[in-house]
Ligand binder design. Structure first.
Ligand SMILES: O=C(O)c1ccccc1NCC(=O)[C@H](O)[C@H](O)COP(=O)(O)O
Length: 274
């Protein structure tokens, strides 16, 4: 038997974790908490508005990763969220997975309470229970990783999120996943430059897949992005939205780094769309 990849290992412990959570907090209780969570902040609409003036940035609060280990020692989710907001980020992404990312549900709440930005719960979703849980925490968007779910699971997760009024970011890494994603209704397609089985990361993934995404979907290029030049280069291919974690988390001044990243966006006046 071959060694499981990181994504397969994450899925295995996550399914155990979901079963344990369901024992401890029955679905009806979590749904009641989700109904009390207050209004949803418009995640997809915020990105659509942002790209009229520049780039849409989903700035990620990420303490550690399986590929890099600890990324940021001085880690205060509320302060980081504020720095991102003041630096001009459009939305936040908060990793809530503990075992692989040193994340925590409380980080999402802290980050969201500290800003007015819409927030993505960045986690590995397999069950509508987690969607209700995400809403109960205050999340405005969930992630569906096509590499880790069946078509039926993806549709079930999407419809649960839409029923809660949330946005859905559907993440793909190859053509087959993209074709499957396009059978769903969400307008947000994340092209992950990182292969979640091997960790190999290349911006060629965005360059290759972007031309197969219909114009009515909003593309978010994710992972391995580190500077304005890279954003401008992908903007030439038609990407206007970016999800960035590690390179911003490694900056001593997160607000300044965010501001500098967004300062001179490539606009249509420069041309665009190769
Ligand atoms: O970041 C990882 O090493 C990783 C490994 C396995 C599954 C998921 C992983 N990351 C989750 C993400 O999607 C990224 O945090 C996100 O796209 C930001 O990427 P980056 O800017 O490279 O931190």
């Amino acid at each position: 038997m071959s060694t499981p990849t990181i994504l397969e290992r994450i899925k295995a412990y996550k399914l155990d974790h979901i079963a344990a959570c369901k024992e401890a907090f029955p679905q009806a209780e979590v749904e009641a908490a989700a109904r009390e969570a207050g209004s949803v902040r418009p995640f997809e609409d915020a990105l659509l508005a942002a790209i009229h003036q520049g780039y849409g940035l989903i700035a990620e609060i990420k303490k550690a990763s399986p590929s890099k280990g600890l990324i940021r020692e001085d880690f205060d989710p509320a302060a980081l969220a504020k720095a991102y907001e003041e630096g001009g980020a459009t939305c936040l992404s908060v990793l809530t997975d503990g075992p692989s990312f040193q994340g925590d549900d409380s980080y999402l709440k802290a980050a969201r309470d500290a800003t007015s930005l819409p927030v993505l719960r960045k986690d590995f979703m397999y069950d509508p229970y987690q969607v209700a849980e995400a809403r109960a925490l205050g999340a405005d968007c969930i992630l569906i990783i096509m590499a880790s779910v069946s078509d039926a699971q993806a549709a079930e997760l999407e419809s649960a999120a839409l029923a809660w009024g949330m946005s859905v970011l559907i993440e793909v890494h190859d053509r087959e996943e993209l074709d499957r994603a396009l059978t769903l209704s969400s307008g947000l397609i994340g092209i992950n430059n990182r292969d979640l089985h091997s960790f190999e990361t290349s911006l060629d993934v965005t360059r290759r897949l972007i031309k197969h995404v219909p114009a009515d979907r909003l593309i978010v290029s994710e992972s391995g992005l580190s500077g304005p030049r890279e954003l401008a280069e992908l903007a030439m291919y038609g990407a206007r939205c970016f999800l960035i974690g590690e390179s911003l988390m490694r900056q001593p001044d997160v607000k300044l780094a965010t501001r500098q990243l967004l300062a001179n966006p490539l606009t249509s006046a420069h041309g665009g769309g190769i």
